[in-house]
Design a protein around this ligand. Structure first.
Ligand SMILES: *Cc1c(COP(=O)(O)O)cnc(C)c1O
Length: 425
């Protein structure tokens, strides 16, 4: 089963004779065992099996296995949200007194998590311009740096990350590159093929695709050698006293250490688990991900081209446009399409942006993207409103930026709606 379209439809689950064709929803918090010894082995991670759905659930694991196959990883886990995935991905290898290098072009929620909340936990972040030179990037590292973090296509700045540049810098300093691949999805980009070590997703977006369930996922490539930098990653390379002295890298190898630790330790303690029902909905979305992404990208391209020539539009950002700053990087990392999100500004700035958005009829104002239904948002007033002007600029967001998520409707209807709204200016 080598091709991505087939993995979307059938990956992660191969029913045996007489078993359900669709993945079963195991709506059970707990699992029964004959003896306490049997259960003890599970708690000691001596045997694999389910005991409590806060840690693992068969439905969630089945869907995680599909996303793992899509990304080409060795292990994966579902989480309650993309935010939980971002948090776990970093906190699994960095703690109080540690440092992380991150691209400044990030989703607003991720920026807040890193710059405010995780800072309060004692983890320091240095934010770098995604377009910085290799020298500037190298200069951001410190002896206590534990990871590098960036987004394939940043939400909502739509900058395309030079994944190889960031991977090379991370590896030169003995730390992994974590990539939030939410906007691209593995259909359009598989960051592991360019040197990334860990991938995170807000599955709430294209993977679900229907605005049904909030969720997240972390996938490990299994390629980063924690043991070669054991002094930096004691949590993975020395005994975990909260799990009877298990050393994750010894017991589960490079393929399984990172995700096993995140499950056994962080999920146990934080409980940011996804429900089996949500995982089932997510799987329905994944079954058509490859079909939908093609249409999202087609509509995004058509709408971006329309806006790009419109006299009342000041600027358009869409990495699929030949005139876009990130076109060359998009051709390299996302040759089959980027995403359905287009960012643009209208002449007249912030106030004009508000007016256009009010006039839209088909395209709804929502705090969401990557839905089957087209929607738009004014980030400076919503998702990024906690940022000051300088931080907004660093994140690639101007006050007039409208983030437009092209759904699966007929593109001409989207253009007609935008056309009549722009005519009110
Ligand atoms: C939405 C989003 C998140 C956060 O995901 P939630 O599921 O809303 O918690 C993280 N990263 C990116 C790129 C996103 O678009």
């Amino acid at each position: 089963m080598s091709r991505i379209e087939t993995k979307c439809v059938q990956g992660g689950y191969t029913p045996q004779n007489g078993e359900p064709r669709q993945i079963p929803i195991v709506q059970s918090t707990t699992f029964k065992y004959a003896t306490s010894e049997d259960m003890g082995k599970l708690f000691d991670l001596e045997a694999s099996g389910y005991f409590y759905s806060r840690l693992q659930n068969p439905t969630c694991d089945t869907v995680a296995a599909k996303i793992c196959a899509l990304e080409g990883g060795t292990a994966a886990m579902l989480l309650s949200s993309g935010q939980a995935a971002s948090f776990f991905s970093v906190f699994n290898i960095a703690g109080c007194g540690d440092h992380v290098v991150a691209s400044s072009a990030l989703y607003g929620g991720t920026y807040n998590l890193f710059a405010v909340t995780m800072k309060r936990m004692g983890i320091e972040f240095t934010f770098v311009d995604p377009d910085c030179t290799a020298e500037e990037l190298n200069a951001a590292f410190k002896p206590n740096t534990k990871a590098v973090f960036g987004e394939t296509i940043a939400n909502p700045a739509l900058t395309v990350l030079d994944i190889e540049k960031f991977a090379n810098a991370a590896h030169a300093h003995g730390v992994p590159l974590i990539i939030d691949n939410t906007f691209a999805t593995p259909v359009n980009c598989r960051p592991f093929e360019f040197g990334a070590d860990i991938v995170t997703h807000s599955t709430t977006k294209y993977m679900d695709g229907h605005g049904v369930a909030v969720g997240g996922c972390i996938v490990d490539s299994g390629k980063f050698d924690w043991t070669a930098h054991a002094d930096k990653f004691p949590g993975l390379c020395t005994p975990d006293e909260s799990y009877h002295g298990i050393t994750y890298t010894e017991k589960f190898g490079l393929a399984g250490a990172y995700i096993t630790k995140a499950t056994a330790q962080l999920m146990r303690d934080f409980g940011s688990t996804q429900s089996p029902q949500s995982a089932f909905y997510l799987n329905l979305g994944l079954e058509s991900l490859h079909v939908r992404m093609e249409r999202h990208c087609f509509n995004g391209q058509k709408v971006a081209e329309f806006l790009n020539t419109h006299e009342k539009v000041a600027w358009v950002t869409y990495p699929g446009l030949k005139t876009d700053k990130y076109y060359a990087l998009a051709q390299k990392y996302l040759p089959n399409g980027t995403c359905g999100v287009v960012s643009f500004g209208v002449k007249g700035g912030r106030a004009a942006a508000e007016k256009v958005m009010k006039a839209l009829k088909l395209i709804a104002i929502e705090t969401h993207v990557a839905d089957a239904r087209s929607c738009c948002l004014h980030p400076a007033n919503a998702t990024h409103r906690q940022m000051n002007e300088q931080e907004l600029l660093a994140a690639g967001i101007s006050g007039d930026l409208i983030r437009l998520s092209c759904g699966l409707e007929n593109y001409q209807d989207l253009i007609d709606d935008l056309s009549q709204a722009l005519a009110t200016l």
